[in-house]
Design a protein around this ligand. Structure first.
Ligand code: NI
Ligand code: MN
Length: 237
């Protein structure tokens, strides 16, 4: 196919919108009221696929409304999809770690994450299965790892072996996820040469910075793509 790139738009925190080479639109962990999301980006328009890494509100908050408005299919773990169904979402495609599925021409693989997953549903803590991450393989073959919220884990080396991602979206904010030091080790395990930091700067409590992360990985020849919220950026292998 012609050389049409994948475009990524970071909408702040862990919300990432991908435009695929064939015009499919995939949003991960939609939370559009996050403090970093520009006000003119909260209406994301057409969406084909919504991916949810886990049940925490800063990752799932807008999934029900977005799915209902756009008719998008939502992918999440079994419990997340059950819960979304109870919230009136009609099209879900549940999966679990280790599995892959093709949706809208994009290969979606669910991988491990080391984190928790629940939702405060009107005052009750609802368990929503295990947190996960995703590897997306777009129509042009580009493989992208979106880690979700996670600590560092050694089996990221297996994600490299199985899926060979060219680019990783990694949390660096610390406190609830990896900070810059652990994320730099993740870059080593994943073997990626390009990395997009996410899940930082949203609140003062997330203290990990891109500058710190850069100082750790750039000397190894790794390119840090510092996306500005709301700015669509082409990503390539
Ligand atoms: Ni979380
Ligand atoms: Mn989070």
């Amino acid at each position: 196919m012609p050389d049409v790139a994948v475009a990524a738009t970071w909408l702040g925190h862990a919300t990432i919108l991908f435009d695929s080479p064939k015009g499919r639109r995939v949003i991960i962990d939609p939370w559009l009221d996050n403090p970093s999301c520009p006000s003119d980006c909260k209406d994301v328009g057409k969406i084909d696929l919504v991916l949810v890494t886990h049940g925490h509100s800063d990752h799932i908050e807008d999934a029900p409304a977005l799915a209902k408005r756009t008719g998008a299919t939502v992918i999440g773990n079994f419990e997340v999809c059950q819960w979304l169904g109870m919230k009136g979402v009609e099209k879900t495609s549940p999966m679990n770690k280790g599995g892959s599925q093709d949706q809208a021409g994009i290969r979606v693989s669910m991988v491990h994450a080391l984190h928790s997953s629940s939702y405060d549903d009107a005052g009750s803590i609802v368990y929503l299965g295990e947190a996960g991450g995703y590897v997306l393989r777009f129509e042009n073959g580009l493989s992208v790892y979106c880690a979700g919220d996670t600590a560092l884990f050694g089996d990221m080396a297996l994600i490299k072996d199985l899926y060979a991602p060219a680019i990783a979206f990694l949390p660096i904010g610390d406190l609830f996820t990896m900070g810059p030091e652990a994320a730099a080790r993740a870059v080593d395990l994943l073997g990626v040469r390009q990395v997009v930091p996410i899940h930082y700067g949203t609140f003062p409590a997330l203290t990990g910075t891109v500058d710190r992360f850069r100082r750790l990985v750039e000397p190894k020849g790794v390119r840090v793509l510092e996306l500005k919220p709301g700015v669509k950026t082409e990503i390539r292998a």
